[in-house]
Design a protein around this ligand. Sequence first.
Ligand code: URA
Length: 305
Amino acid sequence: MNYSSLLLQIENQLLSLNKKGLKYINIGALPDFELKSVIDGLEEMISIENGISEGTCKTKNKPSEKSEKYEESPKENTEIGINPEPADITDQNKVLNLKQQNITQTFAQIAKPQDSAKKINSLSELFEKYKACQKCALGKTRKNLVFGRGLSNPPVMFIGEGPGADEDTQGEPFVGRAGRLLTKMISAIGIERDDVYITNIVKCRPPDNRNPNPAEISCCLPIIKQQIEILNPKLIVTLGNIPTKTLIPDVPGITKARGKIKQYEKWTVLPTFHPSYLLRNRSAMPQAWEDFKKITEFTFNSTQG
Ligand code: URA
């Protein structure tokens, strides 16, 4: 059985479990993930796998920006290890082996998310190390790697999910609609956006504004972990489920977890709603406001944090 049919089988099993009500799945050392994002990740792997033999990167449902890009540029296919027209069966086997190695490496990264190498002491060094990162497929479609922005010794660090279209274009986190709301909420508690640090769990934009999948999160984990170490904030505010569950796997969903102080290693974490959720669910604003008021207690009140 080839990888593609194996992945397809797994995907079908997950879809059928999903129909029976399973919503989250625990993958080894990683936190519980929404089943949908796992299935999206598998779908992507299947597309890449099919691309090996068919010369295109197909998606099962609708063509994504990425598949169109791959189809129009065979040179790019070669660069990412997809051979558009394998000359003979030996070449085809070589490409398959290469692709299987890539997939094995991806799974190895999921199993061992902590494989960050030597200790880096500054954000600029960290950025240099990852600015051309191609550890996962998001590196191929991003316009800019959105590393993070703000003070280098911030009282508070905000962590979102991943860049959207505006962030991808501008190379800065939270500059679109959700970002404008976040900026307003920060200034409503008397802090300037420039006086905090803002970043995301994944640094490259997931296409079609989908959630980042477990493999992508796993590839980016060493960056966020080192950013936290270097910045050493008094408080980390996680925006929504993905950053909260990535740092603290055992928390319940954000609706229950929000507003309750948690611990990630030696750091204090305050989970709250993601601003995009607030834009869609205005009725959650008062709860988010309650959470935001706690930020100043933990950052500027000398008896805490
Ligand atoms: N949503 C995020 O999670 N991060 C951004 O940077 C923008 C929107």
